[in-house]
Write a new protein. Sequence first.
Length: 218
Amino acid sequence: MWCIQTINAEYRKRMYNVLDLYEEEYDPENPLVCFDEKPKQLLGDKRTSIPLKIGCPEKYDYEYIRNGTANVFMAVEFKAGKRVTQVTKSRTMVDFAQFVKMLVDEEYPDVKNIRLVMDNLNTHKEKSFYKAFSEEEAKRILDKIEFHYTPKHASWLNAAKIEINVMDIECTDRRIENMDILAYEVAAWTKRRNDCKKKINWKFTSEKADEKLSKHYV
């Protein structure tokens, strides 16, 4: 956690809102889904690497070729051990809206409501859906979504950050030269994590927030 000097009422309200959601019992009819995105630089080897072999690690040259950038959307229902990922060229308002539509129509078609926890990025707003779809379609999707925002400068409250960190450690924190390979690798990692129903054991509660942060409240 970073150094904090003061925490105002709006910060506390949003923090407790998220923490209270995290403390609720698992509700499959109203899934709690944390959302975030991760930019990824696409890098290729300038020289052919020497493959791994017994007793000798892989060797690769420090020089690389830049092949642009990509984005990985991450939605994790950490109490159910489920995550949904998608690799895109960009992370615009339309990209965000289309990803959430996929959540609504393909991943959670029969639930009452998706409670979506995310940060305050300017694309994470209702207006994104009206930019991407007709008014009728935007309203249909939004009727299934309940937005919950983390406080500004408090992305540590978003459990999707933890899942992205795991993805980096296990999959994406290396040179990947193009979007096709990135999409394949992320999809394989996602399937493995989902097959194992890997969950996140979130331990920071409202009570612990009071103990650690109350001296900063204003």
